[in-house]
Structure formats: structure tokens, C-alpha cells
Design a protein around this ligand. Structure first.
Ligand code: NDP
Length: 450
């Protein structure tokens, strides 16, 4: 007889689609999660009868607001502002802010949803949230960015706090923007608290926060390789993006003897067959972090080929690191990667691979580190920044790098525990989904109907 508490994947997803019409990224993220979590719940009676999947797919709160600011010509401009507070079951809401013209409620809902399970996987007490705006920082002056950040905080400050919700950076929000946001929060509230992470070192920021997501993505790949008795040295690697995550993934690859050969931005990608070395990367850091230039300039500077409008996945490689944006590897591109010899993918970007690409990775049994696990290093070091702010102390760069490596190892172990089949194949996405879910679910069960 059918267990009255058991769910079917298709029945559950019909309900999700009905309640979240038109929100295709959110539906996609929930679908990838439910694919693993629903069968697991059906096999584990303790997790039945609490409507955990229903409770965990509805955000606690969605805040939407108008952001009004003046540009350099004195014109009044309006953007949309959002904060999606998805779950604070295991700690204060925590997750980045994204400033990009493609931002929609669906994208922020998918990111907040994923953040809940990623944060749970780190082992630190953090809930999940995400926010941002459709504001486009490209082509804006420093003063315009500052005025926008201040206007954004004029509303956001009501909804955040060190024990309530602690935002951080994401696409379009780096150290400069976090500093403007923090300055405005301090001004409005007259409080100096750890309300944002990714701050400057002179005002409560943490060593290696800037590097942590990119470094962690490489550490996770190394953990997967080590589990298969291999190493990263000498491997040809594709990296997409040229922002925060891409730059520091590339830096760690170089430090550990791998050979990164591509970088990209929304205009196209460069292929440097000789490898991007330390000096070339220093030039890229200046280009992207100081001059806010385009990756096409690398081709002119170093005499390599630039491929406008294309993504790097057709270049033969051993390993791939999507580090730009969601759905940047599709099914056809995943097939090309594998045909060209790729043996592993570690996602710096959130939902970097679409459902078709994931099916290809799973069918060919390559190493696939999903974002939830592979890019959790950034939020983990943010969690450590929160601890340092609370204790009014700071750990050294060396100590934090050791913590980061240990946290990534812990995530890897949890994925192996919940994602291994009898033949020894590790489905890291399944492992991450179930391990991330279990901790949050235990808290919800303890809270009762809440
Ligand atoms: P940045 O803004 O620093 O860099 C983003 C990079 O991706 C840029 O090179 C940008 O190019 C490119 N990009 C953005 N949108 C697109 C697009 N639609 N198509 C092609 N390229 C695009 O952001 P981050 O490096 O911080 O974030 C990159 C990814 O990593 C995101 O998915 C983010 O959610 C994820 N992530 C970031 C964390 C962090 O700590 N920063 C933590 C965990 C995940 P262009 O300049 O042309 O827009």
C-alpha cells in the first residue's frame, strides 16, 4: 500500500510550478533539489509528515522596494531593490547582493533557496538569503555607484542586522560596493556592527574573504581528485568569467601547478594556450579590479585570440571551472567538454550548469562539484568574519586559509557520505542536496509547525 506521507517528484513539482508561475530559474533550482531529496524523504520516515519540502520551497519573506538615486547629470533614476529571506532555521539570514540588469525575483529566489543548503553544508550556523537590484554598474562613475549603494541601503537597513540578516557581495558587488553600503548603514543606525561581510580590512573585514570562493572551488576539485587518487598539477583548466570568483580560482590553479588557459566576460572569452601565469593574472586583476575594463583587452596585451560572444567550453581541457553566471554550461556544451577530454567540473558560479548539462555529467560519471558544495568557501569565510566581528578579534591569513581548506574537506566528506553508490561513484549533487537538507530539516522538525 502507498505510504500516505510519500510524495511523487512530478506531483510536487506541479505544485511548485503552480505557486511560482513564470519563475523558471526558481523552478529549475527546486527541481534539481527535489530530484534527490524527495526519494530520500520517502525512504526516511522521520522526515515525513512535517511538510518539509513545502516549507522549504516557500521563502520566509520577500522584500521589494524602490531605489531612487541621482546620476552625474542630475537626472533622477529608479531601480528595483530586493531581499529574499528564505530560511533562518539554523542561523541568521546570510547571502550576497547582486547588482546586474538581468536580476529578477526568480533569479534571487533561486539564489536564496540554494544558499540555505549551501550554508547548511558549511557546518556553520547561517540561514539563507539573497538580494540585489537590476541596477547596471557597467559604465557608471564611482560617484554614481556610491549614490546608488547609499540609496539601496536607505531601505535595506530596516531589514538586516548582525543577528537578523547579514548580506555580502555577489555579481556586481565587490569590496567597493560593500564599503559604500556599510558606511551608509553605520551612518543611518549609528551602530558599528558586523552587518555585512566582505568589508575592508581596516573596518572589520576578514583576510582571504576576497579570495575564498575562487580558492574554495579549486580546493573542492582537489578534494574530488584526491578521492580518486589524482592531483591537479599539470592539468589544463578552463575558467569562465573574470570577476572575483574567476580571478581567485585562476590564482589558486596557478599556485598549485595547474594550467588555466581561458577567462571570459559577457562579451566573449580569451584563449591563452601557453597558460595564464602569475604576471598575466596580476595584469587581469588591475584590469578588472582597478580599471573595470573588458577581457578582450587581454588579447591585445598578450597577443592571444579573443572569441567574441562565445563561451570557453569548446577548448580541449582536463578540468572546467564555470565562474561567471547561472546556466552558463548547457547540454550541448557539456557533451563537447567531455568529448574533448574533460574529467571534472567544479562550479564557482551558482547553478553554473543547466539541467541538461548535469544529466550529461551524471551519465558520463565525471567528477561534478555542484555550486552548493564547490563554491561554499566564500560564505564559509563570511561566517568566520561574523564570528571575528562578534568577538572583536581577527584571525591571520594563514589561520583562515587553513579553516577554509578544512571546511571544504568537511563539505566533500558530507557529499561522499550521502552521495556514494555501491560501486563507489560519488554523485556530489545528490550528496550536497541531502546533507544540506538534513540539517535544516532537523531544525524545522524540532520547531514544530513553524
Ligand atoms: P563578479 O561581478 O565579480 O564577476 C562576474 C563575472 O561573470 C564577470 O566577468 C561578468 O562579466 C561575468 N558575467 C556576469 N553575467 C554574465 C552573463 N550573463 N554572461 C556572461 N558572463 C557574465 O561576480 P562574482 O565573481 O562574485 O560572481 C560570479 C559567480 O559566482 C556568480 O554566479 C555568483 O553568484 C557566484 N558566487 C560568488 C560568490 C562571491 O563570493 N563573490 C560566492 C558564491 C558564488 P561582465 O563584467 O561582462 O558582466
Amino acid at each position: 500500500m502507498r505510504n500516505p506521507n510519500s510524495l511523487t517528484f512530478s506531483g510536487f513539482m506541479d505544485g511548485v510550478r503552480r505557486r511560482n508561475r513564470g519563475q523558471k530559474e526558481f523552478q529549475q533550482a527546486v527541481g534539481e533539489w527535489a530530484h534527490d531529496v524527495i526519494p530520500w524523504v520517502n525512504d526516511h520516515p522521520r522526515y515525513q509528515g512535517h511538510n518539509l519540502s513545502g516549507r522549504l520551497t516557500e521563502p520566509d519573506r520577500v522584500i521589494m522596494f524602490r531605489v531612487t538615486w541621482a546620476d552625474d547629470r542630475g537626472r533622477v533614476r529608479v531601480n528595483k531593490g530586493y531581499r529574499v529571506q528564505h530560511s533562518n532555521a539554523i542561523g541568521p539570514y546570510k547571502g550576497g547582493l547582486r547588482f546586474h540588469p538581468s536580476v529578477t525575483l526568480s533569479i534571487l529566489k533561486f539564489l536564496a533557496f540554494e544558499q540555505v543548503f549551501k550554508n547548511s553544508l558549511t557546518g556553520l550556523p547561517m540561514g539563507g538569503a539573497k538580494g540585489g537590484s537590476d541596477f547596471d554598474p557597467k559604465g557608471k562613475s564611482n560617484s554614481e555607484i556610491m549614490r546608488f549603494c547609499q540609496a539601496f541601503m536607505n531601505e535595506l537597513y530596516r531589514h538586516i542586522g548582525p543577528f537578523t540578516d547579514v548580506p555580502a557581495g555577489d555579481i556586481g558587488v565587490g569590496g567597493r560596493e560593500i564599503s559604500y553600503l556599510f558606511g551608509q548603514y553605520k551612518q543611518i543606525t549609528n551602530q558599528f556592527t558586523g552587518v555585512l561581510t566582505g568589508k575592508g580590512l581596516s573596518f572589520g573585514g576578514s583576510e582571504i574573504r576576497t579570495e575564498a570562493t575562487g580558492y574554495g572551488t579549486v580546493y573542492f576539485m582537489e578534494d574530488m581528485l584526491r578521492h580518486n587518487k589524482q592531483g591537479i598539477e599539470g592539468k589544463t583548466c578552463l575558467v569562465s568569467g573574470s570577476g572575483n570568483v574567476a580571478i581567485y580560482a585562476t590564482e589558486k590553479l596557478i599556485q598549485h601547478g595547474a594550467k588555466p588557459v581561458t577567462l571570459s566576460d559577457s562579451g566573449g572569452f580569451i584563449h591563452d594556450p601557453n597558460g595564464i601565469d602569475k604576471d598575466k593574472l596580476a595584469w587581469v586583476k588591475d584590469l578588472k579590479e582597478v580599471r573595470y575594463g573588458r577581457i578582450s583587452e587581454y588579447a591585445d596585451e598578450f597577443g592571444v585570440k579573443y572569441y567574441p560572444t562565445e563561451r570557453p567550453w569548446s577548448v580541449p581541457c582536463d578540468l572546467a571551472f564555470p565562474c561567471a553566471t547561472q546556466n552558463e554550461v548547457n547540454e550541448a556544451e557539456a557533451k563537447v567538454l567531455i568529448r574533448n577530454g574533460c574529467k571534472g567540473v567544479s562550479e564557482g558560479s551558482n547553478m553554473g550548469s543547466d539541467a541538461g548539462a548535469i544529466a550529461v555529467y551524471r551519465a558520463s560519471k565525471i567528477l561534478y562539484g555542484p555550486a552548493k558544495a564547490a563554491n561554499a568557501g566564500g560564505v564559509a569565510v563570511s561566517g568566520l568574519e561574523m564570528s571575528q566581528n562578534s568577538m572583536r578579534m581577527s584571525w591571520s591569513r594563514k589561520e583562515l586559509n587553513t579553516h577554509l581548506g578544512d571546511i571544504m574537506k568537511g563539505i566533500h566528506e558530507r557529499c561522499v557520505e550521502y552521495g556514494s553508490d555501491r560501486g563507489g561513484y560519488v554523485d556530489y549533487l545528490k550528496g550536497a542536496n541531502i546533507a544540506g537538507f538534513k540539517k535544516v530539516a532537523d531544525a524545522l522538525i524540532a520547531y514544530g509547525a513553524n
